[in-house]
Ligand binder design. Structure first.
Ligand code: SAM
Length: 295
């Protein structure tokens, strides 16, 4: 009799366990659904979520790998120029096939990332500058070394009559150096509020607060009609994005001095290129352009 009771209890447990496996477990369709519902946008800081932006020219299928908090791989296709938001408290592994091999990346909550082309036209994931849907991500914050800034000012022949613009000005070093060493006026455009605070503090500290101003603005929406020279450190696809703004606003003769990256399709406008050896064998390229006469 005792044996029968034991068998009965064991059978009951088995039934409950099997039921538990199916009840409360998502069906196949739900398992494959990616939980990336857009959240309300938060400027710059993105809290406990990572953002992934597609800055390439084609849709990208990528997979969020299983990990704490998600038991099954979740695949989705990110359309061109779209930003995905991945809610997570922990680093998440993502993978995608870049046409040559499967790449995996660990992406971290609170950080923006972008799918971009590398110099060999292969798509990779890079850190971004912000996760906003309403603004272009032109480049993550990487400051130009001061000796390169000095050479850019020399190559651009910046003088006291110039109005210097830096689109994506970071800590403002380019327009501040131009004002301090060459007496020019300057406008720095930046989205990151913390960097803008650094710009304003540095301009005061360097005694050029009256010569320069800093604007919190998406550089793709800026008016550049009073610029006489642009000093830029942006990625090639961002220079390509800005090209219509240059064509619309810049007068003949305006100079553009670009650190490292060329403006796609503008080789005929290059006036000069110089390579400066940097630390750790990393060279810096400076490219000078001049806007042509209007046809
Ligand atoms: C590579 S850093 C260059 C900083 C500075 N020009 C220098 O050379 O030291 C690019 C900067 O562009 C800013 N940025 C990115 N997208 C932007 C946008 N849409 N509008 C304005 N600034 C942007 C980033 O926050 C970052 O500070």
């Amino acid at each position: 009799m005792k044996r029968v009771v034991q068998l009965g209890i064991a059978a009951a447990f088995l039934v409950v366990a099997v039921l538990a496996l199916f009840v409360g477990r998502p069906g196949r369709e739900a398992q494959n659904r990616v939980d990336l519902a857009p959240r309300p946008r938060v400027a710059n800081a993105v809290g406990e979520e990572a953002t992934l932006r597609n800055v390439t020219k084609k849709p990208i299928a990528y997979t969020i790998m299983p990990g704490p908090g998600n038991r099954v791989p979740r695949t989705r296709t990110l359309a061109v120029a779209v930003v995905d938001r991945i809610a997570t408290d922990l680093p998440v592994e993502i993978s995608f096939d870049n046409g040559r091999r499967t790449m995996t990346y660990l992406i971290h909550p609170g950080k923006p990332y972008s799918f971009r082309y590398d110099e060999s036209n292969i798509i990779r994931v890079y850190p971004g500058s912000h996760g906003r849907e309403d603004a272009a991500d032109l480049a993550p914050y990487v400051p130009t070394p001061l000796e390169v800034v000095t050479r850019m000012l020399e190559i651009g022949a910046v003088g006291p009559n110039d109005i210097v613009y830096d689109l994506g000005c970071g800590d403002g070093r380019m327009v501040i150096a131009a004002a301090k060493t060459r007496g020019s006026h300057g406008v720095g455009i930046e989205l990151d509020e913390a960097l803008l605070a650094e710009c304003r503090a540095a301009a005061e500290k360097e005694g050029v607060g009256k010569l320069v101003r800093f604007l919190r603005l998406d550089a793709t929406k800026a008016r550049l009609t009073d610029a006489t020279i642009l000093l830029l450190y942006l990625l090639p696809e961002s220079l390509e994005t800005l090209e219509p703004v240059f064509e619309r606003d810049l007068a003949p003769g305006v100079r553009i001095v670009s650190h490292d990256y060329k403006i796609p399709g503008w080789d005929a406008r290059i006036v000069r290129t110089e390579v400066i050896p940097g630390e750790n064998g990393r060279d810096h390229r400076i490219i000078l352009y001049r806007m042509p006469d209007k046809r």
